[in-house]
Design a protein around this ligand. Structure first.
Ligand code: CTP
Length: 431
């Protein structure tokens, strides 16, 4: 970045290093982003995204597919980035300004937004037939794709398979969101909002603050058999625990995720252990515990199990007309409390599902369980907690301190939980 641009974007240049103050955090090193724009209506939002990145101190260059220019003005992007914008692969003039390979090499991160089904397919299959697909194939830097398309295109098995390929290769994927689509349909397919994409970029550039930590996260609900087909279960979707595991991996930790039966994809870089019953979760937790420095118990463990589960299906014909059955339930071990009893130097975080007097109940629970921090949820709310994508939590400490967070996406809640854990651990080390 030259001195003129530094002044323009309120950054400080010290020799070749860019040092900037952003959201109170001093960050060093280069932060160059190539934004690859493909031809979808959501491209009209990209100038806002580019502007947000530049305000945050990123250096940005833009590359367009031939059809992207139908939806967003290259002139606007060029003015915002103060850099030539390219859209042609075989253009001697454009190639003379910035050659396509240096667009790929220059970037520390490539963001494909909006990523159409066509561009995703090319990236998955290694096709390089326009400027964007060629740059994506040539780069060695991480790639973030932000899909946007019609809901049926998004759900088409071809797109699903391409996404799976990209996920397996470690390509970062953000969205799409559900909502009203420009094509008139409603459903999954909306591009994530510019501020959310910018936040994801920040996350990808964030320092690996959990490097060296061995994290264990439990997630989902356990399932206790009643007979050969029926189970005692709960409404936990596992989304909160999965988001916590993903964020820990993101911050550089080595992560083991022990989960009850859920319909969620394993986050990139996370080791997953599937269990069904509370007893299986107990066994998995204690087998992993010796290799763990931080434990976060977000699972909704069943407090009870059937005393005598039937190995066969309980048949109605074995009962008299109108007769019910009586189930005897016996308590399961409290895994969190037992972990806390032998935790040593480990940092242990528990969750609390409360339906009334949330803070008071959580204050009692954090002391009863013996954990370092409790994340309390008010389960009487319908807009947060079980099965939805957002959560409203309250941090409760053993000292009785309670800090309430607003309603946030579970990915953002996960990030706040890790910020809090890191801060409390650092404080503990200082004492
Ligand atoms: N937990 C656990 N083992 C159990 C029950 C709960 O490890 N058998 C953990 C959960 O993973 C969570 C915390 O304990 O981190 C609190 O769970 P919660 O359901 O809120 O509390 P309970 O201990 O079940 O108490 P109560 O149902 O009376 O509120």
């Amino acid at each position: 970045m030259d001195a003129a641009l530094c002044t323009r974007y309120s950054c400080l240049c010290v020799q070749d290093e860019l040092i900037q103050v952003f959201q109170g955090v001093v960050m060093t090193g280069s932060r160059r982003v190539t934004v690859a724009i493909s031809g979808g209506i959501a491209a009209y939002k990209i100038p806002e995204f580019v502007r947000t990145l530049i305000r945050a101190g990123y250096e940005v260059r833009c590359a367009l597919t031939p059809s992207a220019g139908e939806f967003v003005s290259p002139m606007v992007l060029q003015t915002l980035t103060a850099s030539p914008v390219r859209s042609e692969l075989f253009s001697p003039e454009e190639e003379g300004e910035i050659d396509h390979i240096s667009l790929a090499d220059w970037a520390d991160l490539l963001v494909v937004a909006p990523a159409t089904a066509n561009t995703l397919a090319k990236l998955a299959q290694g096709i390089a037939d326009n400027l964007v697909s060629t740059v994506l194939l040539a780069t060695q830097s991480p790639i973030l794709v932000v899909p946007a398309m019609n809901v049926n295109m998004w759900q088409n098995p071809a797109t699903v398979a391409n996404l799976e390929i990209l996920r397996e290769r470690g390509v970062h994927i953000l969205g799409p969101e559900k909502g009203y689509l420009a094509c008139g349909w409603e459903g999954e397919g909306r591009m994530s909002e510019p501020e959310d994409i910018a936040r994801e970029v920040d996350r990808l550039f964030a320092a690996k603050t959990l490097e060296g930590e061995k994290v264990m996260v439990t997630a989902g609900g356990t399932r206790e058999p009643l007979d050969a087909v029926r189970v005692l279960a709960n409404r936990s979707s596992g989304k909160m625990g999965f988001a916590i595991a993903a964020e820990a991996a993101h911050r550089g930790a080595s992560v083991t995720l022990i989960t009850g039966p859920v319909g969620l994809r394993t986050p990139v870089g996370v080791k997953r252990v599937d269990v069904e019953t509370a007893q299986q979760m107990y066994d998995a937790v204690f087998s992993e515990l010796p290799n763990t420095s931080i434990v976060i118990k977000a699972a909704a463990v069943s407090d009870f199990r059937a005393a005598n589960p039937d190995a066969q299906k309980i048949k109605k014909e074995s009962l008299k007309e109108g007769e019910g059955i009586r189930l005897e339930l016996v308590p399961n071990a409290d895994i969190l409390a037992e972990v806390c009893r032998i935790k040593g130097d480990r940092f242990v975080v528990g969750f609390a599902a409360e339906s009334e007097n949330v803070v008071e109940a959580a204050r009692r629970k954090v002391l009863r369980k013996g954990c370092d921090l409790l994340v309390a949820n008010d389960i009487s709310r319908t807009d947060a907690g079980f099965e939805v994508d957002q959560n409203a939590i309250i941090f409760v400490t053993p000292e009785g301190e309670a800090e309430e967070l607003p309603l946030l996406k579970k990915s953002e809640v996960a990030s706040r939980i890790w910020d809090r854990v890191e801060q409390m651990r650092a404080q503990k080390l200082e004492e």
